[in-house]
Ligand binder design. Structure first.
Ligand code: SF4
Ligand code: SF4
Length: 443
């Protein structure tokens, strides 16, 4: 298969980064790569979706990887997993899984799923700040994305199902394969879990996932998990603070100890981030001179500075987030010049995942690896957001009253950075709005 053919297959079948980013997968494919990195680090605590994909469908993940390797002419592929994941799957470091794909163990530190950190850890290469992995000859795909690529290339099957973890403060954590567009409301009824008064629901991991409203949220192609977590734990408390409070607290209370910079995982590989400096500025100062703060765009939002390093309850991450908004408004991006130097103390400053879980308050939700549920259940209704990916929303191709079948294209990509969307069920379109398509499922 040629590169152009695979790009078309990925685009036609709506493949996007399933790890949470939602970047249209076809756009990542390019000539000039020599290595494929399969990101299965699953570094956010309490998520097990990638583990389950690999436990039950490792062949398809490897098939997706070999498909990419063949089309791009890449020489080597690495399934990058934590050592404990390797033990759970019975895979050893260096084990060959196919002609071109081998297992690579990663240390159990946070964050390891950030592709910039992953590429450095696995290959020793540093992606220049603001650039894509292809600049150092690497293509990165999440394991579930490659599972989807396999089905698209081998079976002409579009992306209509999603692997999600339901965990945290629930009677029994589990991983399920559910139709894209399932409402969280209906999922809660089916699997009998709820969000108690003293808890919130997180879309994704506890460190980086946003709080969502379970009454309106739906499962998209990028949903990795739903975690129910108490409001009082540090991971949640920091999310509940308002932006304005974050800024005033930062500039008033920072003691300039610089621990946030010393522990920042991207600063440790030479990225130009100095969180202890950004917190000294007010939003007004940044708005007056945004050109001086463009390095904010290379912060990955991992939250190490806020959740582990700072002893004053300050969030450099949230300050950087607000600066990113200002940069976007002014269409400013970081332009890197010069050499990147890895901090000689990096190895001693890596953050063990166990300690991270203790610090953010999720260690007590350790009930072991959850069960995998695959019961073929269908919801009564699905809601398909037209934007489940980075880029422009897809354009709806169906109208109210239309009958659709599972796998049918119902919204098409609007440009290169966009993605096709397919119905995950047989049913009837009951509404099409500017942001979503609603389908009543055929009984
Ligand atoms: S969130 Fe904080 S620790 Fe993480 S990359 Fe950004 S500045 Fe560094
Ligand atoms: S760790 Fe906290 S107190 Fe120390 S420099 Fe960073 S923001 Fe300021």
């Amino acid at each position: 298969m040629t590169l152009a053919e695979l790009k078309k297959i990925m685009a036609d079948n709506g493949c996007v980064g399933a790890g949470g980013a939602g970047f249209p997968s076809a756009v990542k494919l390019a000539d000039g790569a020599d290595t494929l990195v399969i990101n299965a680090a699953e570094c956010e605590p309490r998520l097990y979706s990638d583990l389950m994909v690999m436990k039950h469908h490792l062949d398809e993940v490897v098939c997706g990887a070999e498909t990419v390797i063949e089309a791009t002419g890449i020489r080597n592929g690495y399934l990058c997993i934590k050592e404990h994941t390797g033990h759970r799957l019975g895979l050893t470091d260096g084990q060959k899984l196919s002609e071109h794909v081998a297992v690579k163990y990663l240390p159990n530190v946070y964050p390891m799923g950030d592709e910039i950190i992953l590429i450095y850890q696995a290959l020793g290469r540093i992606v220049p700040p603001g650039q894509l992995p292809i600049t150092v000859g690497v293509i990165v795909f999440n394991s579930e994305t490659l599972y989807n690529v396999c089905h698209a290339a081998r079976d002409s099957a579009p992306v209509t199902q999603k692997w999600i973890t339901v965990g945290g403060k629930v009677p029994q954590p589990f991983v399920a394969l559910v139709p894209v567009g399932t409402t969280v409301r209906e999922l809660m009824e089916k699997y009998r879990f709820s969000v108690p008064e003293d808890c919130v629901m997180i879309d994704g991991g506890p460190a980086m996932g946003p709080i969502i409203d379970p009454n309106t949220a739906v499962i998209t192609k990028t949903t990795k998990g739903l975690l129910i977590l108490p409001r009082h734990i540090p991971a949640i408390q920091s999310k509940l603070v308002k932006n304005r409070t974050v800024m005033t607290h930062a500039s008033a209370n920072c003691c300039q100890c610089s621990m946030c910079t010393d522990m920042c995982p991207r600063a440790l590989i030479g990225y130009p981030l100095k969180p202890h400096k950004i917190v000294r500025n007010s939003l007004a100062m940044i708005e007056q001179n945004p050109e001086a703060f463009t390095e904010a765009s290379v912060c990955c939002g991992c939250g190490v500075c806020e959740l582990t390093a700072c002893c004053q309850g300050i969030s450099p991450r949230r300050v950087y987030q607000q600066v990113k908004g200002i940069l976007a408004k002014n269409k400013l991006r970081y332009q890197h010049k010069g050499e990147l130097k890895v901090d000689p103390n990096r190895d001693y400053r890596l953050l063990p995942s166990d300690r991270f879980m203790q610090r953010i308050g999720v260690a007590s939700f350790d009930t072991g690896v959850p069960e995998f549920v695959r019961d073929g259940w269908k919801p009564t209704v699905i809601e398909l957001p037209l934007r489940q990916h980075i880029g422009a929303p897809a354009k709806a191709l169906v109208n109210k009253g239309d009958t659709v079948t599972a796998g049918q294209l119902v919204a098409e990509a609007d440009g290169v950075i966009s993605a096709n969307i397919h119905s995950s069920v047989n049913g009837t379109v009951t509404d099409v709005t500017v942001s979503k398509i609603i389908i009543a499922v055929q009984g």
